[in-house]
Design a protein around this ligand. Structure first.
Ligand SMILES: Cc1cc2nc3c(=O)[nH]c(=O)nc-3n(C[C@H](O)[C@H](O)[C@H](O)COP(=O)(O)O)c2cc1C
Length: 258
């Protein structure tokens, strides 16, 4: 199975077997991201793995799992979207190996200090004690027409990216994203947080935007669609119905019509 195929089959896993994950795979996780799509080598990140027996992970809505992967990053512009983009590729990669996972947005670490970095997210993972996959029809997600603003029908290339985007997981399944589609671009927006806890919530929404971005980048690669992810000054100041601009996918090759 490929990461692309995993997009249409994965689900959060909340029950795990105690079985060990091979050290080779754990080592792969510790070095994950160097070949990932959307990786920004200029943003320093670090992965750490904790075992349940370490008793290092605690907090709200915690899923009991044998392992937890924590992603740290230096704090800079786009660090949350970058972290989401990397972690979701890890989720899909683990799925291709038969390993389940579940984001732990409410979890904390006993000690999350890391020189010059901050904790972005924790991911519970391990061998599943429940079905690893679900059918496409069983994804509970908003319809594309609720998420996409477009003049006229969607082009074929755009649809190939937006359907995988629609299936992306998000905290509390809130799907805090919107897409504005033009002939050669897909602009990504995230929900504008309320005043209380604005920065924290915006960081979370940007992490979610990174998840959705990873699905679109993987789909573009699958379908040989040439594009670049950019932040366009012309869109930066725009907001659509309580949403803030996160970035744009700019098609650089020929884009087929519907
Ligand atoms: C950023 C983020 C944080 C999440 N935090 C939690 C959590 O703390 N506990 C939990 O059980 N699930 C958590 N989830 C899982 C979501 O509830 C789940 O992805 C969503 O409901 C969609 O379901 P699916 O992953 O099965 O497709 C989180 C997901 C994301 C993307």
């Amino acid at each position: 199975m490929t990461k692309y195929e995993a997009i249409f089959r994965r689900k959060s896993i909340r029950r795990y077997r105690e079985a060990e994950v091979d050290e080779k795979i754990l080592e792969e996780i510790r070095g994950f991201g160097k070949d990932a799509l959307g990786d920004r080598p200029d943003i320093a990140v670090r992965w750490k793995i904790y075992r349940a027996s370490d008793r290092s992970v605690r907090g709200l809505f915690q899923v009991k799992a044998p392992y937890y992967a924590a992603l740290y990053s230096e704090i800079c512009e786009d660090c949350y979207i970058h972290a989401g983009c990397l972690m979701q590729q890890l989720v899909l990669h683990l799925h291709t190996l038969g390993i389940g996972s579940c984001y732990q947005g409410g979890a904390r670490l006993k000690d999350s200090r890391e020189e010059g970095m901050e904790l972005m997210m924790i991911l519970a993972f391990g061998w599943p004690a429940e079905p690893l996959e679900r059918r496409r029809a069983d994804f509970k997600r908003a319809e594309l027409k609720k998420l996409v603003k477009v003049n006229g029908p969607l082009g074929r290339a755009q649809r190939k990216l937006l359907e995988p985007a629609r299936l992306a997981p998000s905290a509390l399944n809130q799907q805090p994203w919107r897409f504005v589609v033009t002939e050669n671009r897909i602009h990504l927006f995230v929900r504008r947080p309320g005043i209380v806890g604005y920065d924290r919530q915006l960081n979370k929404n940007m992490f979610n935007a990174g998840i959705v971005l990873s699905h679109m980048l993987i789909a573009a690669e699958e379908h040989w669609i040439d594009l670049e992810y950019q932040k366009l000054d012309s869109i930066m100041e725009k907001a659509i119905q309580n949403h803030l601009y996160a970035g744009s996918l700019v098609f650089t090759g020929t884009v087929g019509k519907a």
